[in-house]
Write a protein that binds this ligand. Structure first.
Ligand code: PLP
Length: 268
């Protein structure tokens, strides 16, 4: 079984963060490991508090996991603080210097859909300047894209321009601007050579939307590790999320989780 790694926050309600990522990896037949960047206090009703994990623990966990269980791909989600971003950059720089070319997918989580800021401002600056050039894919929603580029844009052509603006340095970067909060929920993929692709989405009427961005980026990483070409991986990840939204049944009193596994824990 191939091993993949998620570096993200812990959501005790399991809609988002590492627990959701691990379910997505399992649904793709991959073995997931996790490095937790922050403990959040939240339920389906929203985020109450965030407690960052000591960056020394992050660095130690990443080194420990990679020695024994080298990942075939890495997904990065909520980082929370500037020092967490720095610890992840140090780790990726060492990994790249050793010749590793495993795919890295960055979901630049800035704010929860319930409205809580999940990354401090200095952390966003470091993410933009140092982390982005170390990654292969970035999957911002429209709000995250505007914050990353410090620019405005609404139309498809403006979104493509903002996405291209992120591709100025470092590794060849695939920018996938997600549109789950628009109707229709179309995504825009801009390949490293600047070629844009529209990925048409289908609106699913459900309140079980918590962690949609986490699920998409983890499904995308899974498809890349399983060998899909970029456009196929993005299309299949979108299809996976649409199905997981469609299958979801209400959990909790707010925005519940997607359905990643088969009902009643049916074994495969
Ligand atoms: N990652 C973690 C650990 C979170 O706690 C959250 C939100 O609370 C997110 C990501 C973003 O998820 P969503 O956009 O569904 O709120």
């Amino acid at each position: 079984m191939d091993t993949v790694l998620t570096i993200a926050g812990f959501d005790p309600s399991s809609g988002a963060g590492v627990t959701a990522d691990l379910m997505v990896f399992a649904a793709h037949g991959l073995f997931g490991t996790a490095c937790i960047t922050a403990l959040t206090v939240q339920s389906t009703l929203g985020v109450r508090a965030c407690h960052p994990v000591d960056p020394f623990v992050l660095a130690d966990s990443l080194a420990c996991l990679c020695d024994d269980l080298p990942p075939k791909g890495i997904k990065i989600g909520m980082l929370g603080t500037e020092s967490a971003v720095a610890a992840v950059c140090d780790f990726l720089e060492r990994m790249r210097a050793s010749g590793s070319a495993v795919p890295v997918v960055l979901d630049p989580v800035v704010r929860s859909s319930s409205g809580r800021e999940l990354l401090e401002k200095s952390g966003l600056d470091l993410l933009r300047g140092r982390l982005l050039p170390l990654t292969d894919w970035v999957t911002p929603n429209r709000d995250e894209l505007r914050r990353l580029t410090k620019s405005n844009g609404e139309s498809d052509s403006e979104i493509v321009q903002l996405a291209s603006a992120l591709q100025s340095g470092g590794r060849p970067l695939h920018v996938l601007a997600t549109g789950g909060d628009s109707n229709p929920p179309n995504d825009l993929l801009v390949l490293p050579d600047g070629e844009p692709h529209l990925l048409q989405g289908e609106h699913v009427a459900t309140s079980s939307t918590h962690g949609t961005g986490c699920a998409f980026s983890s499904a995308l990483l899974s498809r890349l590790v399983l060998g899909d070409a970029p456009l196929t991986a993005a299309t299949q990840a979108k299809r996976y999320v649409t199905e997981a939204l469609r299958r979801a049944t209400p959990v909790g009193h707010g925005h519940g989780p997607l359905a990643h596994l088969l009902p009643r824990g049916r074994p495969c």
